[in-house]
Design a protein around this ligand. Structure first.
Ligand code: IMP
Ligand code: MG
Length: 207
């Protein structure tokens, strides 16, 4: 039986025929978003990434560790494209707060539920920016004696890198722009958009 396609908030739905989304609320009226990566492209690339990971680990049980909250949509879509034995866990670290610039400080705010000792861990992140978050997490995880660790990120912004870290699986390499959607937020908003778009803050621009 054919199932209806999942309804998902999009820039296009919210924008009538324009290509820019303008929030209705007064204090957000300056914000607009331009689509950078469409939902179709995202889904196609995630299916490829799942195959790339399985090619490297054809038979192994894989433990996907998502970094909350930005990775939730990426992790759940990636996990459902993967064959074989898959388990999931989540960790949370402090984020940017309500700004578009990082403080450079990383703090663990929610730990994993279970031990990763002896497991093959795939760290799943929404975006690799300065690399401070990933550098911190990899240090924490390596001390816990996993069998191996790989990193999968949906987006990579190499221009902004400060820490010496790299991802093993990258969905899309993007320019130095602040993006929202598909898990990525600005002040906790826009995570539920199915596409990834570049946010402009208008007059309030901070970067
Ligand atoms: P990093 O520690 O600078 O690599 O940043 C990683 C985290 O910062 C990501 O997991 C995101 O939560 C957040 N972040 C970095 N760039 C962006 C962006 O363009 N939009 C939204 N969040 C971002
Ligand atoms: Mg994040």
């Amino acid at each position: 039986m054919r199932r209806a396609a999942l309804e998902c908030p999009s820039l296009e739905n919210s924008m009538a025929k324009s290509t820019r989304y303008k929030p209705k609320s007064k204090n957000k009226a300056q914000e607009s978003i331009r689509t950078l990566i469409s939902r179709e492209k995202i889904q196609r690339r995630i299916a490829e990434m799942a195959q790339e990971i399985r090619r490297d680990f054809p038979t192994e049980a894989l433990h996907l560790v998502g970094v909350l909250k930005g990775s939730v949509f990426f992790l759940t879509d990636l996990a459902r494209q993967m064959s074989g034995d898959i388990s999931l866990d989540f960790i949370a670290v402090s984020s940017y707060g309500n700004r578009t610039e990082t403080s450079g400080e990383v703090k663990l705010t929610r730990d994993l539920d279970s031990s990763i000792e002896g497991k093959t861990v795939i760290v799943v992140e929404d975006i690799l920016d300065t690399g401070m978050t990933l550098q911190y997490l990899l240090r924490v995880f390596e001390q816990r004696k996993p069998r191996g660790i790989r990193v999968a990120v949906l987006l990579d912004k190499p221009e902004r890198r400060l820490a010496k870290v790299r991802a093993d699986y990258v969905g899309f390499t993007i320019p130095n722009e602040f993006v929202v959607g598909y898990g990525l937020d600005y002040a906790e908003r826009y995570r539920n958009l199915c596409d990834v778009g570049v946010l402009s803050l208008g007059k309030k621009e901070k970067r």
